[in-house]
Design a protein around this ligand. Structure first.
Ligand code: ATP
Ligand code: MG
Length: 383
């Protein structure tokens, strides 16, 4: 008898012919999540079993498991032989000492001499005689002891189902570039896309010397926290200080943010294409600030051909904050820092900039060489 973690996956079964691919990506991700912890992972009829792991690390293992997208639920239990004595011993280990209970047996091995009902009755009877404070209730039991008689002569016993992260395995829904700022929203946007199976890499714009290194360190930390969900990731940074100076010097003040965002999108598209990424991801939410109006979004979209995914577009700030807290990025996001967007911030940014006016103002700038020059400042960090 030894410890086992039974891992059930979500939604993968919906993917028909792609099932093999999804299962492959899922198992690679499980292996990545367990990196550094001794274990064995086996796939068996619609589930994975984690065995021979370092039992003293079970809490850490469960914590990591809870962040793997595609995990629908998991159970910590025991794997043992399938004789009645062995199953009873395992059932005892996962049973409560008092309260109401039932035994729920599933029998994959149809040649087993007893039916599921007979196994439940036999093991249940033995438990009752050992534990006087237990009572059977087959309709609304407080505890259910699950027994699973498998085809290879082993059986599983477990008590509860723990909820997994849901979603689909990262790496099975394409690749995107997250524009990550250091604020609360963009990390949550990255998490949302990873949850739907997208691999995410990170791009951050800074304005050194107007912004300092601690802003960059903060973004590195956020990318690291997110990589617990994305399981891999690369952070690229680009300096946009000179672009901001030029905009500030030559263009209408109320368009500062709008114009900067168009540069960010152009740069992001170049970086995405260089890295084989298929879309841009931002943390914008409709109406949250002056630049996040439909006109603002239209103006930034106009300079790129890649799709721009905005998973938070319909979220309220408090909804975003509660996800940030849940995924562990909030505390880092609220550390004080200067974002490049706060440098040269106009007093009254345009909320409904007209595309014709934007383009007219932009003509005052040498867009291609500013882009070229900014790309030279690119730095790469492996998370
Ligand atoms: P966040 O909380 O993500 O900083 P925000 O509410 O502060 O968002 P904005 O500053 O308008 O909103 O930024 C909108 C989006 O633009 C961000 O969610 C992010 O995707 C992108 N963005 C903003 N600043 C940067 C930056 N310095 N580097 C990379 N992307 C950025
Ligand atoms: Mg911000």
């Amino acid at each position: 008898m030894k410890k086992v973690i039974i891992i059930r996956y979500a939604e993968i079964h919906l993917k028909g012919k792609n099932r093999g691919f999804f299962e492959h990506v899922f198992s690679v991700n499980l292996e990545r999540a367990m990196r550094g912890i001794r274990h064995e992972l086996h796939r068996t009829s619609g589930r994975y079993l984690l065995v021979n792991f370092e039992e003293e690390k079970i809490e850490e293992i469960c914590l990591r498991l809870q962040r793997v997208f595609g995990v629908h639920s998991y159970s910590v239990g025991l794997i043992t032989g399938n004789s009645l004595d062995e199953m009873f011993a395992a059932a005892q280990e996962v049973s409560p000492s008092s309260g109401t209970f039932k035994i729920d047996t599933h029998r994959a091995d149809k040649r087993y001499p007893l039916t599921s009902m007979q196994i439940s009755a036999e093991i249940g009877g033995r438990l009752l005689s050992k534990r006087p404070n237990l009572k059977v209730d087959v309709h609304t039991p407080e505890h259910t002891v699950h027994l699973d008689v498998r085809e290879n002569g082993t059986a599983l016993a477990f008590g509860t189902f723990e909820k997994g992260a849901g979603g689909i395995p990262v790496g099975s829904s394409g690749k995107g570039l997250l524009l990550i700022s250091g604020g609360i929203d963009s990390p949550v946007a990255g998490y949302m896309m990873a949850k739907r199976g997208m691999s995410v890499e990170f791009l951050h714009f800074h304005s050194y010397p107007y912004t300092n290194d601690s802003a960059k360190e903060k973004v590195k930390e956020l990318a690291k926290l997110l990589s617990k969900y994305t399981l891999t990731g690369k952070l690229l940074t680009i300096n946009v200080a000179h672009i901001q100076e030029e905009i500030h010097k030559k263009c209408a003040g109320e368009l500062n943010v709008t114009l900067l965002r168009r540069f960010m999108f152009r740069l992001a598209q170049t970086i995405a294409e260089e890295n084989g990424l298929q879309c841009l991801i931002t943390g914008e939410s409709l109406g949250q600030v002056a630049s996040q109006t439909i006109e603002g979004m239209t103006s930034s979209n106009a300079v790129v051909s890649l799709p721009v995914l905005r998973p938070l577009v319909g979220f309220d700030k408090d909804e975003i904050i509660s996800i940030a807290k849940k995924i562990g990025t909030f505390e880092t996001s609220v550390l004080p820092f200067e974002d490049c967007c706060t440098v040269f911030l106009p007093e009254f940014p345009a909320t409904r900039p007209k595309l014709a006016f934007i383009e007219e103002e932009e003509q005052k700038l040498d867009v291609p060489s500013l882009i070229m020059e900014a790309l030279q400042t690119k730095e790469e960090f492996l998370i």
